[in-house]
Write a protein that binds this ligand. Structure first.
Ligand code: MG
Length: 473
């Protein structure tokens, strides 16, 4: 502070300082972090600042003034019944600041995802826990939700946490006027390579696979994946034996394996070698069949073989690794770090493939991606079902984390596009992110309310002898 011999400037300076303290107190009461920081700034430092520095400080003060931390005023669940793969659950968090809210994906994957339990977990447990808290502390709120139950790593609870906390990321992005990817360091790639699903039917699987693949490649896609054990979802229910697309009513695992291997022969003979091929086994083989299958598909040079084994049979991955070089991807059934962490540390797999909401959303997924990066394991998040908010979360991770592998994409039907505005775009085989603040998605809640989830049903998968076997998602 400048001092004058007649004291007038000093008096003026004290008056300025008193006024300054009043302003600081006002800002502090409003919760402004910059105001609190000002309490520690000495007058000598202000006097020493150059005009340029003073202008910069003033700009910061202007930017942060009057921004009290938003507080959570309401939490609600929006469930969209698009039918089967198009069912999704979104959490909306509303703040006490006018027009400031956010959406987060809480989808528990179909068809046995237990969507109604996720809604109950949000409404009855997490909402009372987070109401009134500041939206600024995403990590702390995540930890609070995660630790509060004592029993952790539950798919339903994780999905609920993912929904609530990803809505806070959306809010933070909207506050900043930036996409979430900007909040975590910006892009390290422009867009994400995608793969599409291709069917092979049952009458002439090789020919159908090649025909469907040519159509997908014509759109610019470079990677294609065949899912084993796909049945007609419309007839999978609790009350009758589910039916395959070929009319049969039970899993014949050997028949399915022969069908896939024959179709892959045709694919590699007919399709350009640069077109990537993958397979999702859906954990539906028993262990020794799975080990043999891993070897059998090695000559087809897949980009990956997904969920070759169920989590409870993960010990066999070590054996598969020693027998073949088929790239392995696991994760959509795994939400407990104690299950998958050894596989990453021992480099027994190549891709980790969690369903992001099942592990607690964006906050948790960033940590898992960073952990896997240390072991040169890539990630390829589970992309179904069709939750545009969740897909934008996946894509944000794809673009901001170094060890991105590939992005699973499933096209959006008109109803999903009508409800979710701002869905990611696919061009030339890449997924491109929405550049709007937050996740960049707006939800037509009135239209969503007209389409509740009605067809959620548990799996019932049987072998030809009638015994129950592992079901597909
Ligand atoms: Mg899968």
């Amino acid at each position: 502070m400048k001092t004058a011999s007649d004291g007038s400037a000093e008096t003026e300076g004290r008056a300025e300082e008193t006024e300054g303290r009043r302003t600081i107190l006002k800002w502090a009461m409003l919760g402004g972090g910059a105001a609190i920081a000002n309490l520690f700034r000495g007058s000598a430092a202000r006097a020493a600042a150059s005009p340029k520095e003073q202008a910069a400080r003033a700009a910061v003060e202007r930017a942060t003034r009057g921004m009290p931390a938003p507080r959570i005023r309401d939490v609600k669940v929006i469930q969209v019944g698009g039918g089967g793969i198009n069912d999704s659950t979104v959490v909306k968090v509303t703040t006490d600041q006018s027009g400031l809210y956010g959406y987060g994906c809480a989808t528990a994957t179909f068809p046995g995802g237990r969507a109604r339990l996720v809604a109950a977990a949000v409404d009855q447990y997490l909402k009372p826990l987070v109401m009134g808290r500041t939206t600024d502390r995403i990590e702390q709120i995540w930890q609070l939700c995660y630790m509060s139950s004592y029993y952790k790593n539950d798919t339903v609870l994780n999905a609920a946490i993912g929904g609530v906390c990803d809505a806070l990321w959306d809010i933070k992005g909207r506050q900043a006027g930036m996409p979430v990817y900007q909040l975590v360091g910006g892009k390290c790639r422009d867009a994400a390579d995608i793969y599409l699903h291709v069917g092979m039917g049952s009458k002439d699987p090789g020919r159908e696979l090649v025909e469907n693949s040519r159509k997908a490649v014509a759109t610019g896609c470079r990677y294609l994946l065949v899912a084993m054990f796909i049945r007609d979802g419309a007839v999978s229910n609790l009350y009758g034996q589910p039916q395959f697309e070929d009319g049969s009513r039970a899993y014949d695992r050997d028949k399915e394996i022969r069908k896939v291997l024959a179709a892959f022969e045709a694919f590699r003979k007919e399709m350009p070698p640069e077109i990537g091929l993958g397979v999702d086994v859906h954990s539906s083989l028993d262990s020794i069949r799975a080990v043999q299958f891993g070897k059998d598909v090695e000559p087809f040079k897949l980009f990956y073989c997904e969920d070759l084994l169920a989590p409870e049979e993960s010990g066999h991955y070590r054996i598969v690794r020693q027998l073949c070089t088929t790239p392995l991807a696991i994760g959509e059934l795994w939400n407990n770090p104690h299950e998958w962490r050894p596989l990453v540390e021992e480099r027994q797999i190549d891709y980790i493939r969690h369903h992001v909401s099942h592990i607690g959303g964006f906050t948790a997924a960033r940590k898992i991606a960073a952990f896997a990066e240390n072991f040169e394991v890539k990630f390829a998040w589970h992309g179904a079902p069709n939750s545009p908010v969740g897909h934008m979360t996946n894509l944000t991770l794809d673009l901001t984390q170094e060890n991105f592998g590939i992005h699973e994409h499933v096209g959006y039907p008109p109803l999903v596009q009508d409800i979710f505005h701002g869905c990611l775009e696919v061009r030339d085989g890449y997924a491109w992110i929405n550049e709007k603040p937050g996740w960049g998605i707006e939800v037509d809640e009135a239209l969503a309310a007209k389409h509740p989830i009605t067809d959620e049903r548990p799996n019932e998968m049987r072998a030809p002898d009638g015994s129950i076997i592992q079901g597909t998602g």
